[in-house]
Design a protein around this ligand. Structure first.
Ligand code: FAD
Length: 340
């Protein structure tokens, strides 16, 4: 039995005992006394140096990836605390295995051959939002759409156009996500993250080194925990109207009816990738079940049975064709994880 199975079994036994005894025990002298059995077991497990992490092995991640493709993670778990993050990270470092933090999987494709390392996802305990005056604070697993909508409800402007980005706050900070002239970095006051040593680091906006689809977290690989934003006063009705307009634009121009991961390539100084791909005659071109969307050429869609490899190969063909025709090298925005 693995450590994590061991602790799960202990937790189950504790819960069982707790429900049977109503949380009370009788000592030898016949006196009742109440013990929080679960807390006791968790304490015991700490003393015995047992893991509280529920690591799953060979875990398919398709349902956690917006493209609905790809293989298994050698190890996967949802983490509930900073300590659990550190515990898994240490395992990865000790075993010299790669480590990856998954948000909502809306900008990632995992190889069909899987990922021979550790993938963690922040659980709901990392999803929280608060607003005080014009300052909004949110934890990393909070959906960006929830943040945008809450800001509107509170008459606050600055994030309302990000409502259609389907990722988490952590993913958005990592990517410096943006849309329709709004970038998440524009309103960031500070970002808190945790490093491999367990230190919590607070960076102000400048220290996050934001630029187009880039932040310092792409280099330091820390886990983003939370961020705060300085918003400005606006009118709920006007903000809602603007949000609805851009949401309609998305529905009209993006193939949201198919699994996808948003824009495949980053903008280039010369032209929009969609225009370059369309000019190269690749709209509707497909490899296996992966197709350049006939609706928007900078989107690849999964028409039903795409593999991760189909998607990757299609991006390679696009890069090659566009380069041959224009001399411009497109850069992938989607993150491809594992061997391709
Ligand atoms: C229909 C559709 C429309 C989209 N439109 C846009 C758009 O308009 N603009 C835009 O910018 N993007 C867009 N995207 C892409 C995507 O939603 C964004 O890049 C988003 O920010 C990714 O967030 P995520 O939580 O899904 O991250 P994931 O895709 O899971 O991960 C992305 C990266 O962030 C890292 N990461 C995630 N959480 C953390 C954390 N807590 N700490 C450290 N690193 C972390 C991951 O390791 C990974 O490297 C779109 C995607 C789809 C499917």
């Amino acid at each position: 039995m693995s450590m994590s199975h061991g602790i799960q079994a202990l937790k189950f036994t504790a819960l069982h005992l707790n429900s049977k005894s109503g949380g009370h025990f009788r000592n030898r002298k016949g006196r009742f006394y109440s013990i929080n059995v679960i807390a006791f077991v968790l304490h015991l497990s700490k003393l015995l140096n047992m893991s509280s992490v529920n690591l799953k092995e060979n875990y398919s991640l398709r349902h956690l990836i917006s493209f609905r493709v790809g293989g298994e993670a050698r190890f996967f778990c949802e983490i509930e605390t900073n300590e659990q993050f550190l515990e898994v990270k240490k395992k990865a470092i000790q075993q010299n295995k790669p480590f990856f933090i998954l948000g909502r999987g809306t900008n990632v494709v995992i190889s069909d051959k899987g990922f021979d390392g550790y993938i963690v996802k922040l659980s709901r305990s990392f999803s929280e939002l608060s607003i005080e005056g014009s300052i909004l604070k949110a934890k990393a697993a909070t959906p960006l759409s929830r943040i945008a909508r809450s800001s509107i409800q509170n008459n606050l402007s600055g994030m309302h156009l990000l409502a259609g980005i389907p990722g988490t706050l952590g993913g958005a900070i990592y990517m410096n996500a943006g849309a329709y002239g709004q970038e998440i970095s524009q309103t960031v006051i500070e970002v808190k993250s945790i490093n491999d040593q367990g230190q919590i680091i607070t960076r102000d906006n400048a220290a996050c080194s934001f630029s187009y689809r880039h932040s310092i977290f792409q280099e330091n690989k820390e886990c983003i925990l939370e961020a705060s934003f300085q918003l400005t006063l606006g009118s709920k009705d006007a903000l809602e109207k603007e949000m609805n307009t851009v949401m309609q634009k998305r529905r009209d121009s993006q193939p949201l009816e198919y699994p996808n991961a948003g824009s495949v390539f980053k903008r280039t100084p010369q032209d929009f990738p969609g225009a370059l791909i369309e000019k190269a005659g690749l709209k509707g071109f497909s490899i296996g079940g992966a197709m350049v969307s006939p609706k928007h050429a900078n989107f690849i869609i999964n028409t039903g049975n795409a593999t991760a490899q189909n998607i990757y190969d299609l991006t390679s063909v696009i890069i090659e064709t566009v380069f041959k025709q224009t001399g411009i090298t497109l850069e992938r925005e989607i993150i491809f994880l594992g061997d391709f």
